[in-house]
Ligand binder design. Structure first.
Ligand SMILES: *Cc1c(COP(=O)(O)O)cnc(C)c1O
Length: 436
């Protein structure tokens, strides 16, 4: 049994507990598949990052990367915890506005913001744009003049540092679709241009080197690289950054093989490196911003499924199917991501067999877990897949016209539905008849 599974709570009946509530009860009330979040876990993570900064005495912002899991209640929770908010689209911005999130604490990321999205964000009065490329710089210059606003910006740079993570989620190297390259002079050109646009306030620099980071050396290396250029830009343009944003990507535990660093370890190492580099290059210590997504919500989420059919292929594999799959969690199919799970209704029973957990979508690649030890499973058993809080619901689809599952928040013995299950009517809502 894995570490992830061992840290979970169970009640006397041997049922898994989520936020002090019996998972079997949650499944009975809301049906499956179901995303259930332990809200206190989200609060703990948010506070761990913030408190680590508080101890350093440095001005900071912890911006929750809402693409990991965005819905009205989650944005409201981020606000309750005093987080800033990263958005990457007009839709995430709209969600933040509907939730009543303070716009001055919203940061807009992304490599292809449309003119429409830029003008919506300017009109809303967001706190900061993280500018990714020259086209965006130009559009932002035009739109800010047109709307008579003076937005703050960070420039996203690619420091040419490879984080040791999956290719699809590594973004800091030279061959990346994101950001201005430091080494080939693009970043310098962007600084020069941004400083020359009177309607823009260049606050500082941003990088995000990748996701699911398990060590700090790539971050430290990226900072050292960035500061070499900062020293030069201070001499050449008299530009010193007020803000350095080192992005997110702090790793979490999906299975027992993942041994993540604590939030405070990341924060302390980043601050130490920034202090040392600022000192070395005679640059005042800037504000430090970070953008954790999965580290805030990932481990807090559990997906509950009901087990259905089985297919045993002698000496090959024993498939067990659940009532969801790639439509509510595409990460195994997309990145080969690994998850851990247990039978939420029978946690006390000994594991007996190794199963492959399949989804119900019409794709052979729709697998959630290839090798999972469980007690002998029966249809109707409840499977809890752990650490599904990030990039599960937010990447969900209606493939095979499966309605998206609901989301329930659980805290202090109480549970609250925060996203309703989609209905069949929802599925055809935007359809138009050939004959109407
Ligand atoms: C995706 C992303 C994040 C969050 O990544 P996590 O792995 O969820 O922490 C932060 N910043 C930027 C720019 C991103 O693209």
């Amino acid at each position: 049994m894995s570490m992830t599974v061992m840290t979970k709570k169970r009640n006397e009946q041997g049922h898994l507990m989520i936020g002090e509530v019996d998972a079997v009860r949650l499944a009975a009330q809301y049906h499956t598949p179901l995303y259930a979040y332990d809200v206190s876990h989200i609060r703990e993570k948010a506070r761990a990052f913030k408190q680590a900064f508080e101890r350093t005495g440095i001005a900071y912002q912890v911006a929750y990367a809402s693409k990991a899991f965005s819905c009205t209640a989650m944005v409201q929770l981020a606000q309750e915890e005093g987080l800033s908010l990263d958005v990457v689209s007009g839709g995430e911005l709209y969600t933040a506005r509907q939730a009543g999130f303070p716009m001055e604490k919203v940061h807009f990321n992304g490599n292809n913001k449309s003119r429409q999205e830029i003008s919506e964000a300017l009109t809303a009065g967001i706190g900061c744009f993280v500018v990714d490329n020259f086209q965006e710089l130009e559009m932002l210059s035009e739109e800010s003049r047109r709307l008579d606003s003076a937005p703050a910006i960070l420039l996203r740079v690619t420091p040419g540092v490879e984080a040791s993570t999956h290719d699809y989620i590594s973004t800091g190297g030279e061959d990346s679709k994101f950001g201005f390259d430091l080494h080939n002079g693009q970043a310098q050109k962007a600084v020069e241009q941004a400083l020359a646009i009177p309607s823009l306030k260049l606050l500082g620099l941003h990088f995000h080197i990748g996701s699911q980071l398990f060590e700090t050396s790539a971050l430290v290396q990226a900072l050292a690289t960035l500061y070499r250029y900062l020293g030069y830009w201070r001499d050449t343009y008299r530009f010193v950054p007020e803000v350095i944003n080192v992005g997110g990507g702090f790793g979490i535990s999906y299975t027992r093989f993942d041994q993540p660093l604590r939030p405070e370890t990341f924060v302390e190492t980043i601050i130490q490196a920034i202090r040392a580099e600022s000192d070395r290059h005679h640059i005042p210590v800037p504000q430090v911003w970070i953008e954790p997504g999965r580290a805030i919500v990932g481990e807090a989420g559990t997906t509950l499924y009901t087990i259905g059919s089985q297919k045993k292929i002698e000496n090959v594999r024993h498939y067990v199917s659940v009532d969801g799959g790639m439509t509510d969690n595409i990460r195994p199919a997309l990145y080969g991501a690994h998850y851990d799970a247990e039978l939420a209704n029978r946690t006390k029973q000994q594991d007996e067999k190794t199963y492959a957990i399949a989804g119900k979508a019409c794709e052979s690649g729709d697998m959630l877990i290839y090798d999972l030890s469980l007690p002998a499973v029966k249809s109707g058993d409840l499977l809890a897949v752990f650490s599904t809080g990030a990039y599960g619901y937010s990447m969900a689809s209606n493939y095979n016209r499966l309605p998206r599952p609901p989301v329930v928040f659980v805290e202090n013995n109480e549970h609250k539905l925060v996203v309703e299950r989609e209905s069949y009517a929802d599925l055809v809502r935007n359809d138009r008849s050939l004959y109407a």
